[in-house]
Design a protein around this ligand. Structure first.
Ligand code: PLP
Length: 441
C-alpha cells in the first residue's frame, strides 16, 4: 500500500526549496538527533493538500485507511480521538438527537457535550471494575431507547480496562429504534485485525473513533474517525473543522499514512505472534493475580481482588523497570500492543515476579459496585459555563458539579457537570484520590 503523505514530505525535505512558509523552524532542528523530524514538519503548501479540504495526498491516504477498515469514509485527526468525539457529537447535534450514553465516558465526551449543549440520558452500566468498566445491559438500554425522542447511542468500547461491549446486540437495538450508534473505540484500532474482526464498524456502529496512537505504531495525537454511513460521511470533515486547529501536524498525519502498509501487511503477523505471549503472561500469574476479561493487549490486573494494593504494585513494577498505563488502589493496567517487542513480554514476566515480592498485600476484596446516578440540577452546558469555585471534596455534599475534575487517565466522571454531589460521589472522589472539586457558585 502506498504512503502518499510520507513520500511527499520526504521529497520536499530533499528538494532544498527555500521555506518561505510556516513553520518558523524552517526545517532546521535546534538540537542534534532531531534533524529528520524537523525537516519533515511542514504546513499546507502547494501539493501538500489540506486536511479539512482534502482532495490530494491526504484524501488518498484516508481512502487507503478506509479500505483497510471497510468503512464508507475515514478521516484523519491530528488531535486524537478527542477531536473525533467532538465531530461525531456535532454530527448528531445537526439532527437534534438526544444522546443516550453509557456512563463510563471519557472526559472528552463531557467537554464536547458542554460545548454543543447536548442533552444526555445516562445509562448506568453494570459496574465491575470500579468506575472504569461495566457491562451494558441491553434491557436497560431498550427501556431508555423506547422513551427517548430522536435518540442516538454513545458507548465506550473497549473501555479503559479493555472490556468490549456487545456491539452487535447494541447496534441491532439501535437500528430497531432508528438511533445511530457512536462508539468511542479509542482503545481498539487493532480490533479489525484480530483473528475475529470485532471492530465497531464491522459490528454495526455508524461512527467510531480510533486512537491510532494508543494501540498502533503512530505518533501521539494520531486518530481516525470512521463512518459506515454515506449521510455522516458528507458532514464529518466539516464537523471536525469546527473544533480543530487550522494547522494539523503533518508529522502526525504521516504517521497515520505509515500505519496503512503496516495494517495491510504486518499487523496480523504481529498479532498472531504476540497474542500467545499475552496469554502466557496471564497463565503464568493466574494463581496469584486476577485479570479482567477483554482485549488481550490490555493486561488489567484486578489488584484488590488479587490481595494487593494497586498503587504499591505499580510502584514495585516501576522500581523493577516497567511503567504501567494506569494504577489506582484496586486496578493496574499494563497496556501492550501488537508492536510491543517480542522480548518485552518475557521481560514483563520477570519484572512482575520481582514486583510481587515487594508489593503491599491487602485482604483480597472484590471491586464490584453498583453506581447510582446523582440527581441532576441543571444541564451540562449550564453548569459548565456557570460561575464556579474549587472547594475541598469534604465540603462538596449538596453542591452542583460545574466541571469534571478527574485524573487523566482514566478521566471518567464520578459526578457529571450539572449533577448534585452526594455522599456516594464524595466516597468515590476519595477512593480515586480526588481532593478538590469544581462546583457552581
Ligand atoms: C476511552 C477514551 N476515549 C477517548 C480518549 C481521548 O483520546 P485521545 O487522547 O486520542 O484524544 C481517551 C484517552 O485516553 C480514552 O481513554
Amino acid at each position: 500500500m502506498n504512503t502518499p503523505i510520507y513520500d511527499y514530505l520526504k521529497r520536499y525535505a530533499a528538494s532544498g526549496m527555500l521555506r518561505g512558509h510556516m513553520p518558523g523552524h524552517k526545517g532546521v532542528s535546534p538540537v542534534k538527533g532531531l534533524e529528520s523530524l524537523y525537516s519533515l514538519d511542514i504546513t499546507e503548501i502547494s501539493g501538500a493538500d489540506s486536511l479539512f479540504e482534502a482532495d490530494g495526498i491526504i484524501l488518498e491516504s484516508e481512502r487507503n485507511m478506509s479500505s483497510l477498515y471497510g468503512s464508507t469514509a475515514s478521516f484523519y485527526s491530528a488531535e486524537g480521538s478527542t477531536l473525533c468525539i467532538q465531530a461525531m457529537l456535532a454530527a448528531v447535534k445537526f439532527e437534534n438527537r438526544t444522546v443516550i450514553a453509557a456512563r463510563n465516558v471519557h472526559r472528552s465526551f463531557l467537554n464536547a457535550a458542554a460545548l454543543l449543549g447536548l442533552d444526555v440520558e445516562w445509562l448506568i452500566p453494570e459496574y465491575s471494575d470500579g468506575i472504569l468498566s461495566g457491562r451494558i445491559n441491553l434491557v436497560s438500554l431498550e427501556e431508555i431507547l423506547r422513551r427517548t425522542n430522536n435518540p442516538c447511542v454513545y458507548i465506550t468500547s473497549p473501555d479503559y480496562t479493555g472490556r468490549t461491549a456487545d456491539i452487535t446486540g447494541i447496534s441491532a437495538l439501535c437500528r430497531k429504534y432508528g438511533a445511530p450508534l457512536l462508539a468511542d473505540n479509542a482503545h481498539g484500532p487493532h480490533l479489525r485485525f484480530m483473528p475475529e474482526d470485532i471492530h465497531p464498524i464491522t459490528l454495526g456502529a455508524d461512527m467510531c473513533c480510533d486512537s491510532a496512537h494508543k494501540m498502533l505504531p503512530a505518533l501521539t495525537g494520531a486518530a481516525v474517525l470512521h463512518t459506515s454511513s454515506e449521510k455522516y460521511a458528507g458532514i464529518l470533515r466539516h464537523c471536525m473543522s469546527m473544533f480543530a486547529s487550522t494547522s494539523p501536524s503533518y508529522l502526525i498525519m504521516a504517521s497515520l499514512d505509515l500505519c496503512c502498509p503496516y495494517l495491510a501487511d504486518r499487523i496480523r503477523g504481529d498479532i498472531e505472534e504476540k497474542l500467545p505471549l499475552a496469554e502466557r503472561y496471564r497463565s503464568r500469574f493466574a494463581d496469584r493475580l486476577a485479570f479482567a476479561e477483554g482485549d488481550p493487549f490490555h493486561i488489567t490486573i484486578k489488584a484488590a481482588e488479587s490481595g494487593l494494593d494497586g498503587l504499591s504494585l505499580a510502584q514495585s513494577l516501576r522500581e523493577n523497570g516497567a511503567e504501567c498505563e494506569y494504577a489506582d488502589r484496586d486496578t493496574v493496567i499494563l497496556l501492550m500492543s501488537p508492536s510491543t517487542p517480542y522480548e518485552d513480554f518475557a521481560r514483563l514476566e520477570d519484572v512482575t515476579e520481582k514486583a510481587l515480592l515487594s508489593a503491599v498485600r491487602t485482604p483480597p476484596r472484590k471491586n464490584d459496585f453498583r453506581a447510582v446516578l446523582p440527581e441532576k440540577a441543571m444541564s451540562i452546558r449550564q453548569a459548565f459555563f456557570s460561575p464556579s469555585e474549587t472547594i475541598n471534596v469534604d465540603d462538596a455534599e449538596g453542591r452542583i458539579c460545574a466541571s469534571v475534575l478527574v485524573p487523566c487517565p482514566p478521566a471518567i466522571p464520578i459526578a457529571a457537570s450539572g449533577e448534585i454531589i452526594d455522599r456516594e460521589c464524595i466516597g468515590l472522589f476519595r477512593r480515586y484520590g480526588i481532593s478538590r472539586v469544581i462546583v457552581v457558585k
